[in-house]
Ligand binder design. Structure first.
Ligand code: GDP
Ligand code: GDP
Length: 455
């Protein structure tokens, strides 16, 4: 669909008649279920060779008299917000009314010049006077239409054409930009390549024990040392049925005498591990969970865009397991809101309990981290969000969200094109990120949202 056109105007000017003509009567009638009051109706329009989305602001009629103006205002603003372009209709037989003036004023203020004006019911010459009056609205030359008789549609198409071209060019430019940006992005997900995992956490959390337990599983399956190779970066191991590469920040060869050196994980060690990793396991000690160092590491991993999993080790030592688990989740969400909902798995590296669940959490989170959402699904979603929760209007001019696309995965990164990115409050960006997480099922992985200017 190349662009979205909203049909606005007071009741009875012929909006629905035009909508039905553009969309095809049958479809619109099916849409009109009795008892369902939908204030914005949307359809796929065709006008000769043009294809676009059309929004009708019908439903105004149900409003009570005293709220009519208020509702008209709200609906029109919403339509302006959602659409690329508005078609404002007046009734040529009636001429310009006081209500028409209200609409014209809203459109002049809010629509940034994205308005076409039409005088409907212009068949014959009963509409001539009204047609000429329409010029006084200051919205350009009106198109003389007869929605009912199908007249003036060619003029309408002619008026839409430059807008169609402009929006198509904008979209192409945006897509080119996104494609250019993606060139420098990390390589795509390859299931045959080992998943790169870093196990991080404070000294004595049990990192070495955990890694040995994972290596032990591999040995059990493939014979002593057979599947394990070491290179400068990490250890290759087959765990379950998948290849993994483990990076251990403590060093599995850790000896008691180097303990001192390991007391504090240096920042550069941490950074190196995080850069190497696709999934970072923050290994917590259940007896002292979410210590400052754990928080720092988790935050570092999130800022670097890694998938993060909390593994709570020494679970064998936990007493009231249900209560402890609830407390740990509460701490995670409170102390690391940027990682709220990230997987939290309880393990006992010493006994090997919980390792399978840990492996499943790693694989699931890795897949979410690699997830891609199609542009069309994203844009349908964006329209819904904006409808439910319009962006703010600093200085009285609403920020228009035009469209969005996923620029890359690893971590999922989205670009929203909007009219005034510099004025967008972070609370609205957060609303969108939270919505993406919820509606596209991406718990726990970092989600990046970038705003770009597109008038
Ligand atoms: P809406 O309230 O703006 O959606 O208006 P409708 O589409 O429901 O039309 C209101 C009335 O105007 C209906 O009785 C239509 O049949 C009539 N109407 C719509 N378009 C035309 C037109 O081009 N010419 C004439 N004469 N009547 C029309
Ligand atoms: P690292 O410094 O993070 O590599 O920790 P280590 O693997 O060296 O473990 C530190 C201590 O915790 C050792 O004494 C381990 O035996 C003990 N430990 C590790 N995992 C567990 C566990 O699941 N349960 C219990 N009770 N102790 C554990």
């Amino acid at each position: 669909m190349s662009f979205t056109l909203a049909i606005v105007g007071r009741p009875n000017v012929g909006k629905s008649t035009l909508f039905n003509r553009l969309v095809g009567k049958k479809l619109a009638l099916v849409d009109d279920q009795p008892g369902v009051t939908r204030d914005l109706r949307e359809g796929d329009a065709r006008l000769a060779d043009l294809r676009f989305t059309v929004i009708d602001t019908a439903g105004l009629e149900q409003a009570t008299d005293e709220s009519l103006q208020g509702r008209m205002r709200a609906l029109t603003e919403r339509a302006v917000q959602m659409a690329d372009l508005c078609l404002f209709i007046i009734d040529a037989r009636v001429g310009v009314t006081a209500d028409d003036l209200v609409f014209a004023e809203i459109l002049r203020r809010k629509a940034d010049g994205r308005v076409l004006l039409a005088a409907n019911k212009a068949e014959g010459n009963a509409g001539d006077a009204g047609y000429y009056e329409a010029f006084s609205l200051g919205l350009g030359e009106p198109i003389a239409l007869s929605a009912e008789h199908g007249e003036g549609l060619d003029e309408l198409r002619h008026a839409l054409m430059p807008w169609h071209d402009r929006f198509a060019a904008e979209r192409r430019a945006a897509e080119r930009q996104v494609a250019l940006d993606a060139e420098g992005a990390p390589e795509e997900h390859d299931p045959t390549k080992p998943m790169q995992i870093a196990v991080m956490g404070r000294p004595n959390a049990g990192k070495s024990t955990l890694i040995n337990a994972i290596l032990g599983e591999d040995r059990l399956l493939t014979g002593p040392e057979a599947g394990i190779t070491r290179d400068s970066i990490g250890l290759n191991v087959t765990w379950g049925d998948r290849p993994f590469k483990l990076f251990d920040t403590a060093g599995i060869r850790k000896k008691a005498k180097v303990q001192e050196k390991l007391e504090k994980l240096s920042v550069s060690d941490g950074l190196r591990a995080v850069r190497f990793a696709e999934v970072v396991i923050i290994l917590l000690d259940v007896t002292i969970p979410f210590e400052t160092q754990d928080l720092r590491l988790a935050d570092l991993a999130e800022r670097e865009g890694r998938a993060v999993i909390f593994a709570v080790n020494k679970w064998d030592l936990a007493e009231d397991k249900n209560q402890t688990l609830a407390a740990l989740k509460e701490m995670r969400d409170r102390l690391l809101p940027q990682l709220a909902g990230a997987p939290l798995v309880t393990v006992s590296a010493l006994t090997g309990r919980g390792l399978e669940r840990l492996r499943e959490a790693i694989v699931t989170t890795y897949e979410i981290w690699n997830k891609r959402v199609s542009t069309s699904r994203l844009n349908d979603w964006l329209i819904e969000q904006v409808q439910q929760h319009p962006p703010p209007a600093p200085g009285g001019r609403r920020i228009r969200l035009r469209y969005m696309t996923q620029a890359k995965a690893r971590p999922p990164t989205f670009i929203v094109f909007c009219s005034k990115p510099e004025d967008m409050p972070t609370s609205y960006s957060r609303f969108l990120v939270n919505g993406l997480r919820r509606d596209f099922d991406m718990p726990g992985v970092p989600i990046r949202l970038e705003l770009r200017k597109r008038e």
